[in-house]
Write a protein that binds this ligand. Structure first.
Ligand SMILES: [Zn+2]
Length: 119
């Protein structure tokens, strides 16, 4: 992205109540922006995690993995629910139960990760 393009994006970020941070994108070297709690690069659009310690970095990474897992599980749950609507199949119902169980476990793990971070 051209330098002028980035400045335009940065101006829009400020207008929308976001912040321009002192930290730069590891790949583009342009200032990162923070909008509604999310930090990202205005150039490549990559979400960036700002962390103070290695420990925090690990915790953040875990949380991202778990969020991704939840997204995948919810998509599968949606698919299974639609199939169940077509036909009440015991196998399908069982997979829904497994998905719900996995979601609950993912939520539990996420909560414990967040809990550790708050210490
Ligand atoms: Zn970037």
């Amino acid at each position: 992205m051209a330098e002028k393009g980035i400045e335009k994006v940065l101006a829009e970020v400020l207008k929308s109540g976001g912040d321009i941070l002192a930290e730069v994108c590891p790949s583009c070297r342009v200032p990162l922006v923070k909008v509604r709690g999310e930090v990202y690069c205005p150039s490549c659009g990559r979400r960036v995690l700002l962390v103070k310690t290695d420990y925090e970095a690990v915790a953040q990474r875990r949380r991202l993995i778990l969020e991704e897992l939840e997204d995948v599980l919810l998509a599968q749950l949606d698919k299974a629910t639609k199939m169940l609507r077509e036909e009440l199949d015991e196998e399908q119902l069982r997979s829904i139960i497994y998905i719900l169980d996995a979601l609950k476990r993912a939520e539990d793990v996420k909560r414990s990760v967040v809990g550790i971070e708050q210490e």
